[in-house]
Design a binder for this molecule. Structure first.
Ligand SMILES: CN1c2c(nc(N)[nH]c2=O)NC[C@@H]1CNc1ccc(C(=O)N[C@@H](CCC(=O)N[C@@H](CCC(=O)N[C@@H](CCC(=O)O)C(=O)O)C(=O)O)C(=O)O)cc1
Ligand SMILES: N[C@@H](CCS)C(=O)O
Ligand SMILES: [Zn+2]
Length: 785
């Protein structure tokens, strides 16, 4: 332990249990509502700040009521109005030059300015957004250059700590750690070739020193530094000597005079090779769900070790007896072992007790954030209770809930299993791609650089209101369907007017691309209040996949058939793929994921067949989560890619040669999974590319990818409208990297989060740009990149 360990170490009570973070959105999505009111001009900064403060106050009180004490720093202070990586960037002064005017004279960046960095404004492009490890949460990517002027600049986190303290709660501020911050950052545009943000670690540490000193001055006794970057081999492998950098960084932070104690958390997997480099800190939080206890227990000696035995990412009640045993096994090695969650509870909904519409039996199997807090608190008591008599009933109850789940009817359904067992290899194979291409060219007759969208059109408040009215019983099913048909009419007509080549029905019937399917498949349950943050103000209600899956009736066919009846142009049917349905649901843990994926795939295969029978000649099967589920450990990746590709092929390989199968993946790190994407054997793949200015096409070209590819030319995560000239530039660069006959023109992702004004203008520019570049290609004008 460091010579500079904070004084007064023994004056503070030790924790008995903790969680690494708590949902920030509020039980009724108060944070979303506050931020969206600010963006819409319905609330000013002061009103927004006060709405957010109410969410924070409620959180600390709730955590305290659930059993985490008020005065020992076991309650995390982990709020963020938009994203914790953005907050950290702002805290350490890493505001890109184009946003410099938004920084106040005091170094602070207010909520409006943070929102501009996140969402863009006018010609100001937002920060890039990407997946947070292998989760469905998305963070904003810091942009770091050789001259980024790091300093402790924005003290929002300290103010939030002080606010809780004034309310009577000594919390534990949570900040993204310096190593992870730089591993997740990208090199700012215009910097020297080969510049790596991690090379700025020494400079960044000065800002963290200031941050720790400010927290200490405010009275913080512990600060949690999240270092999940250390569990990701794709991140750590890029940096030579990373363990030494980690060691140096934490020795330097440990030397800050009077600092709070440091808890370094390594959620989402194993950071075994770096634990020895954390000798200077007082605490380590280990993910014991996706990672394991250290092979060399001496790295824990003398430390407070948060044993992350309660799964922060799934919703099943844990096996607490087993959890207690694994914590006990570590007790001999560590200074002190404290039960905790494996990750922040950011990934689970607030409270299962609100789900009164769920069958009671199912509800008894579940644990959301509040229940997980109760689980760690119970485990804390269990560790402190030598004979276990005071906790025996609680532990037995958790074991009984698990047994009840695994034995329930519907968990195993022989007809589903028999059908899967009877499949032959032909069920996973289509004809050669070249053969299919000819059949599809004949059937579809599309122009060079065909234009299309990714499926959803804006989910207007009218659509949401109609759905809400139907749920409340105020709008009959018939009236709701009539409303949806009118919406489809409008969307089809708009696409005709804009001149798009392949039309969609716009997905107005879907609350969410996964939840909608789950609602219509056996084996799933859905929640009423189970919101989880996906990015910024956007949330999802992940379905709960608890039993064997099958499709009682067609799901999307009536909508696609109706759209096709309203136009002579080809209409693309739209399905969510098996991997994404799994990735964005809470999935049963009693069988391999691949088996579950194949059950979902079979249901989708039937849907593809029904779409074909309804005359739909193009079917898109979205797999935006294919990359997200890629295991962080290289050793686990091949097996994952095998089952995920297999499931996609099972879903799609029943399609006729002339049916064009599309897939859509909304991320841009294509390189790592390009072979798997090839293995999906889709005829056309659309991918996110606009924010990264088509960099992704270098991977596509390098891999010799021979199928259709639609690099997104319009970043739909931002309200910004790309000009036709900008899209022309992107398209020229696309056809410069990939043969033009392979290139499709489409946005980065669906348009559901956008408004009609910006959507219409952006799509008009997209079509105009496609026509311009198409003409250049056909007329043989050289296309400059
Ligand atoms: C494509 N993405 C998705 C991901 N994960 C998913 N599960 N789904 C995705 O589409 N991950 C990666 C990306 C990016 N992520 C997202 C996530 C979420 C959204 C989004 O738009 N979320 C909406 C909520 C969508 C929804 O469920 N809508 C429901 C309920 C609507 C509602 O709030 N109703 C009101 C009442 C209506 C009213 O009066 O206005 C209420 O319940 O209070 C529905 O439409 O029925 C969000 O707003 O957060 C986008 C991308
Ligand atoms: N078809 C979906 C894909 C989102 S990843 C949509 O357009 O919203
Ligand atoms: Zn997408």
């Amino acid at each position: 332990m460091s010579q500079n360990a904070p004084t007064g170490h023994t004056q503070h009570p030790e924790w008995n249990a903790t969680v690494l973070g708590y949902p920030r959105i509020g039980p009724d999505r108060e944070t979303k509502k506050a931020m969206e009111a600010l963006w819409a001009g319905r609330a000013d900064l002061a009103a927004t700040e006060s709405a957010l403060a109410a969410v924070r106050a409620r959180t600390v009180r709730r955590l305290n009521a659930l059993g985490l004490p008020a005065h020992d720093a076991s309650i995390p202070s982990s709020f963020s109005a938009y994203d914790q990586v953005l907050d950290t960037a702002v805290a350490v002064g890493a505001v890109p030059e184009r946003f410099a005017d938004l920084v106040g004279a005091d170094g602070r960046v207010d909520l409006g300015a943070c929102s501009t960095m996140a969402r863009g404004r006018g010609t100001l492009a937002p920060l890039e957004m990407t997946k947070w490890f292998d989760t469905n949460y998305h963070y904003l990517v810091p942009e770091i250059g050789p001259t980024t002027a790091f300093r402790f600049a924005d003290d929002r986190g300290v103010r939030e700590f002080s606010e809780a303290l004034a309310d009577g709660f000594l919390t534990r501020p949570v900040v993204v750690g310096p190593v992870t911050f730089l591993l997740l950052a990208k090199a700012a545009d215009g910097g020297p070739e080969g510049f790596a943000p991690i090379s700025r670690l020494e400079d960044l540490l000065a800002a963290y020193e200031g941050l720790l000193a400010a927290h200490a001055a405010a009275g913080a006794t512990w600060v949690q530094l999240d270092e999940p970057g250390l569990v990701s081999e794709s991140a750590t492998a890029r940096v030579d000597g990373l363990a030494d950098l980690v060691r140096g960084a934490y020795e330097r932070l440990a030397a800050v005079p009077g600092r709070p104690r440091l808890l370094v958390a390594t959620p989402y997997g194993d950071a075994q090779e770096f634990l020895g480099a954390l000798s200077a800190v007082e605490g380590i939080a280990l993910d014991l769900v996706e990672g394991s206890a250290p092979a060399d227990p001496s790295v824990l000696a003398g430390k407070t070790v948060v044993g992350g035995v309660v799964d922060g990412r799934n919703v099943w009640r844990g096996d607490l007896e087993e959890a207690r045993e694994s914590l006990r096994r570590m007790q001999g090695s560590a200074g002190r072992v404290v039960p905790g969650t494996s990750t922040s509870l950011l990934h689970v909904p607030h409270d299962v007790s609100r789900e009164s519409a769920l069958p009671e039996r199912l509800r008894g199997w579940l644990s959301f954030a509040d229940q997980k807090v109760a689980e760690v608190v119970l485990l804390g008591r269990a560790l402190a209770d030598p004979d276990g008599s005071g906790v025996a009933a609680g532990l037995a109850d958790s074991a009984a809930a698990r047994a009840d789940r695994l034995g329930a009817s519907g968990v195993v359904r022989p007809q589903v299993r028999d059908r899967l067992a009877a499949l032959t290899p032909d069920a996973f194979r289509r004809s050669d791609h070249a053969v299919r291409r000819v059949a599809q060219e004949t059937a579809l007759g599309l122009p060079l650089l065909p234009t299309t969208t990714i499926g959803s059109f804006p989910q207007t408040s009218e659509i949401r209101r109609a759905r809400a009215a139907r749920s409340r019983g105020e709008l009959a099913q018939e009236g709701y369907e009539e409303f949806l048909r009118a919406e489809i009419d409008r969307v089809v007509q708009l696409q005709e007017e804009l001149g798009l080549d392949v039309l969609v029905h716009g997905e107005p019937e879907r609350n969410d691309m996964v939840q909608y399917f789950a609602e219509q498949l056996d084996g799933f349950a859905v929640t009423e209040h189970g919101w989880v943050q996906s990015y910024g103000s956007r949330g999802v209600r992940p379905p709960i996949l608890w039993g064997d899956v099958s499709r009682p009736a067609p799901i999307t066919v009536p909508w696609s058939r109706y759209a096709a009846s309203r136009t002579a142009k080809p209409v693309k049917g739209m399905l969510t793929g098996p991997v994404t349905i799994l990735a964005w649901s809470f999935v049963r843990d009693d069988q391999p994921l691949g088996d579950t994926a194949n059950q979902v795939a079979l249901a989708l295969r039937d849907e593809v067949a029904d779409l074909e029978a309804a005359g739909i000649g193009i079917v898109q099967v979205d797999e935006p989560a294919l990359r997200e589920l890629l295991p962080l450990r290289t050793a686990d990746q091949a097996a994952y890619l095998d089952w995920s590709v297999t499931a996609f092929r099972l879903a799609t390989a029943g399609a006729a040669d002339a049916t064009q199968v599309h897939t859509h993946l909304c991320y841009s790190e294509f390189g790592e999974v390009i072979e798997a994407i090839d293995g999906l054997d889709a005829d056309v793949t659309s991918i996110e590319a606009a924010r990264s200015r088509m960099e992704v096409l270098e991977d596509v070209a390098r891999a010799g990818f021979a199928r259709g590819i639609g690099p997104g030319v319009y970043d739909i995560h931002s309200p910004r409208v790309p000009s036709a000239e900008e899209v022309v530039g992107l398209l020229r660069s696309a056809v410069g990297s990939v043969p033009a006959p392979q290139v499709w023109v489409n946005p980065d992702c669906g348009l559901k989060t956008r408004g009609y004004a910006e959507t219409t203008e952006s799509l008009r520019n997209l079509v105009e740009a496609a026509r311009t570049v198409r003409a250049e290609l056909l007329e043989g004008t050289p296309v400059a990149g």
